[in-house]
Design a binder for this molecule. Sequence first.
Ligand SMILES: Nc1ncnc2c1ncn2[C@@H]1O[C@H](COP(=O)(O)OP(=O)(O)OP(=O)(O)O)[C@@H](O)[C@H]1O
Length: 344
Amino acid sequence: MPFANDLIDSNRERLDEQGVARLQSRFLFEPAAVMALLRSRIVGQDAVLAQVESMLKVVKVDIGERERPLAVNLFMGPTGVGKTEIVRLLAQAIHGRADAMCRIDMHTLAQEHYAAALTGAPPGYVGSKEGTTLFDGEAIAGSFGRPGIVLFDELEKASPEVLRSLLGILEHGRLTLTAGSRTLDFRNSLIFMTSNVGAQQAQRYRERFSRGWRRWLGLAPKGEAALLEQVLHQRFEPEWLNRIDRILVFQRVDERWLDALLEIELDKLGQRLARQGRSLHLEPSARAWLCREHDVRFGARALARRIRTELEPAIADCLLAEPSTTRLLCTCGHDRLQVTPHSW
Ligand SMILES: Nc1ncnc2c1ncn2[C@@H]1O[C@H](COP(=O)(O)OP(=O)(O)OP(=O)(O)O)[C@@H](O)[C@H]1O
């Protein structure tokens, strides 16, 4: 699989070759090219990706309201299902760097007085003159041709006062720091928030439906959306929820997606090895071993962790013993992975 930027360029070129007319827009990104990258790297979240695609199309045609952010999205779902990864991939596709965003970890803002970390210290307090804030003005503003990207991670961990201090951003696309010294402009930003609220309740609810007579009768868990909505309203104030354009619910990454997930994770490792002029081949037994006993509670992280803690050390053993190896073969024997030089 090519590197992300190559993939975006080649998708753009393909659209040109096919004579697909390109809309003249101030935004340089092509929604189709961005989505091709996302779809090649994210599994099991088709409904979410379809919503992200509509968002990108609306931004590209540039018909949204001028006095608010370009889009405000809340990503909901359990751990390790791709909420943050989608935002990183968007940053990669739009700015060429996965970390080209302003990311605020809301769990660091759990107490009400922490609002000052975002809005700046009030007049007379230390730091008020400098307009110090956790926000990264440049990443928020983006540029004329590229939207800025803002990520509020683990939204539910922030205190209600902190959330209230941010309402102006969602409403008018601006935040004036408390001392009045600076105004941050979010009108060219794509805003994403992630939250785990309701994930456990939704999972318990789904499990009840996957057992016994409900399953045999083929009854779908129709009440799940209502359940999530209820949990959301318990946790967040209506003023906050009302200003969100899209609330997107992520699915668990279960066994059905393991093969595709393994391909993606191995591809990332393969690219790191390729930078050293090396390649890796895995026998089916090694693949099966990496995917065994997948723990759905940890989402895709469980597989990535197993590659880090089991496969990478086996590769390291091989390379330390035989540094000139360029082709590596991974097999499985005696319930462990073994990597040896490959002689094909
Ligand atoms: N749906 C997915 N498809 C492909 N890879 C995924 C998917 N979900 C997660 N991953 C992989 O797992 C890693 C962790 O995922 P991510 O950071 O998106 O978790 P998250 O949903 O934001 O959960 P958390 O709330 O724990 O941060 C990613 O870096 C990515 O490699």
